[in-house]
Write a protein that binds this ligand. Sequence first.
Ligand SMILES: [Zn+2]
Length: 285
Amino acid sequence: MITFHNDHLVSPIFCKLIYDTIPEKYNVPVIFVPHTKKLRIKGDTNGSQINLYLQTIFYYHYPGEFELWKCLLHVIYHEFGHIITYPEWKHLESAYDQSSNEYFEIERLANDWADFAIDRLAEFDKLLCQPHNLGNYFNGRIIQLKNKSRNYNHTWGWLVEEWRKYKCGGQISASNIASASRAFRYPKSNYDLGRIQIPDTRLITQLAVDLGYEYIDRAGRKHLYFAYGDVPEIKRRVAMYKAIHGPAKSEIDYKARLEAYSKAIRERTRKKAAEVGQILPEIIF
Ligand SMILES: [Zn+2]
């Protein structure tokens, strides 16, 4: 049986879920740590207990209640993954060092197990059993942030989106799904590029209307949100559409903008190098 310490800080649904999904053989105590000086570590284990650092999880993953929930699940399954995959890495234990190849292998095994557990959960419930109430700790932090952020427009936008998701029950927007695909990740340094629409966003809203959770705001506009478990199906539909019709116009526009941007950067670097009389190797370009 898993013993939870400080479990008043998180949702009871979270504890129940972990209790139900981890095999009894690997049950060890789980401790929720509210404040920590280890600000880079979200969780750790020594094999006989697991610590979850809630403060770090909140700072890395808010805004976004779904992001918080998914991170909580990933961290705890990752730590249990270390315990469950122990027979596979115990021969590497003596060489464990934060920057060694053995370290990356051990972490990969735990991450794989966590991904497997989350995928299995998504098959059972496509919303990953996310509760409306994430628990006392996160509620307190979110209220604190909301009170602070009333004067800052950029945070306010996030909170409006959170409210829409909360009301309609969805988790991810179409642009979230589109930007998560590695090929179209934003070059964040460029303001201009960030202003154009991410390719596939409109395509996703067109192709997956039946899967979406709809929120209608006071101006009558419709906003679509999706469940985490629907993402593979949405990606399949988009790939099918592209195979038949070719890439969308927004994708062609985006690629052209990206090319123009990298060309401008190249020119600028060449010009600067010429000014100081530096000879750049051709291989960089
Ligand atoms: Zn780890």
